[in-house]
Structures are given as structure tokens and as C-alpha cells.
Design a protein around this ligand. Sequence first.
Ligand SMILES: [Zn+2]
Length: 321
Amino acid sequence: MDKDKARSIDAHAHWAPAGYVRMMAELGHPAATGPLNPLMTDLEKRIKWMDERGVQMHVLTLSGSMPWQWASQNEARRLARVVNDAAIEAHKAYPDRFIAGAALPMRSPTAALKELERVAGEPGMRAVHLPNSVEGHDYIFEPAYRPLLARCEELGYPLLFHPLDGVENHYGGKKRLAGPEFMYNTLGFPFDTATTAAKFILSGLLDKYPKLEIVLPHSGGCFPYIAGRIEHSIGKGAAKVELKHPFREYIRRFHYDTLAYYPETLRFMIDLVGADRVVIGTDNYAKMDVEQPNALVDQLNLPPADLERIRRGNAAKLLRL
Ligand SMILES: [Zn+2]
């Protein structure tokens, strides 16, 4: 299969290395919400699975169950080290199959920066993976995190954002999206991501760090759909914001993954942001993942050059492969 198409690079894939699973269990927390898919830990099985589906490479990151909300500072530092050391080993064992986004103990800007410096430039480390918000708090916009943003820009490490599981982190508070309907995920995650995108633009941080790259998961959440509304609020003077550049240029400052589920939605997003800003993302192997990583974009009948960009070209450039 896929002989006529480029094998893809998945910029939104999850794993749980064995040492991390062990340490999480010792701390009394499971490494995933629900049963842990064996593909989350077993790299050999994962490669077979990837080969059967036209996937060349996974950018390994923790899932939404990452521990930063509940872990103590000491635990968070140890967990991040275990995950990152395992990622470096995974890349050394399979350099053309796995790279990683660094796990950082995000609750402390100094500890996060310290762990980033420890792994910066290590084999396979090509990005930083971090939660959109913690307990409803958009920590990344605090001045204390500016040195971390500056260092990521300097290293050329894109920020791979991901919403955080856990009742304390529900978008809109503990009650509003709680319950068996799973809306904390299906509604909360997209709003969390839209909030991150809007705040990066409206705070002026994208101007302050002009080379900083940011990947928005889940096809940008609701952001692509409401971007026009945000621009209109600025034009009307309702938002007291002055931007240096046209709003649509900021939309294109982000990369967006293909995890939109509906072909119509993915087509809309590609039309809005441009085929050069889209990368494959699958959520493999978390609860909301897909069985065929490239299927949604393949069915859009895009020009071959655009399809190649989305399957791997954009990610290869972004992650400096
Ligand atoms: Zn995910």
C-alpha cells in the first residue's frame, strides 16, 4: 500500500515508555485513561503497525494523561527525565522511525528550562511537548515562562501543545463538561486549543518571538472556525488590540494537524491555513485515535504536491529532519 505516496510523519502520536508506566504506577496513577494499548509501550509492534499503514515516523509524546497537574515538583522532574531518556534511546535504536517532543515539568518555569537544557541537542529531541493549560490557567503566557519560549525559538524546537486530562483541567471548570458524555474531551480540548492560539496572537507573543513555531493539535481545535470572529472583533474596536501584521498572517504562524475526523472539516482548514501549514496527526494510541493515519487527507484528492507536503514535507521542515 501507499507505494505511490510518500510515507507520512505523524506529529501527534503518543507513547508511554516502560519506565514511565512503572513510575506512574508507583505514584498511584495509571499512564493512560482506560486500559493501556500495548502499542503505547512496544516499539517493535509500533513499527510493524506503522509499516502496515504508510507511516514512516512518529514524533513521540505523552498523551493527555501526562502528569504535570498532580505530580509534585520532585516527581515531575523525575518523570520528565525518565520519558526523555527513553525517547533518546528510542531514537538511537530506530533513528528513521522515532523522534520526540521533550516532556518538561511545566509547573515550574525554572525546572522546565533546566530539563530542556539537559536534553537540548540530544539525538532525536526535536520539539517540546506541553499542556495548553493547567487547572484552567494559561501558564505559558506568564512572564516567568518567557526564557523557555526564547530558548525554544533559539533551538528551533516547535511547541507541540496538548490539552490535559483530569477534572481539575476541564475547560470551563470542574462541572460544566464533566460526566459520561466525554465532553471534557470533545468540546473542552478544542476550546482549550483555540484559547492558546488566540492568546498567542492577541498577547503579541508571536511578534516577540518571530521564529517560534507552534503546532496546534486536533486541527487547531475550534480556532480555524472562529478566527474570522476574532479578527472582526479587532476591526470593530471591540477587542482593544493593535496587531503589527494582518490577522491572517498570524493564522499561518501555526501548524495544524489533520485530526479533524470529517473530510469536509479538514478541507475547510486546509483552505483557510494553507497546505504548507498542515501536518499529519492521529492521536495514536490514545482514546480518540484513528485506525488509518493518512486516510482522511488521502480522500481529499489534493494536488500531489500538497498531499506530499502534508504527509511529510511540512513536518520534515518543521522538525529539521
Ligand atoms: Zn493526543
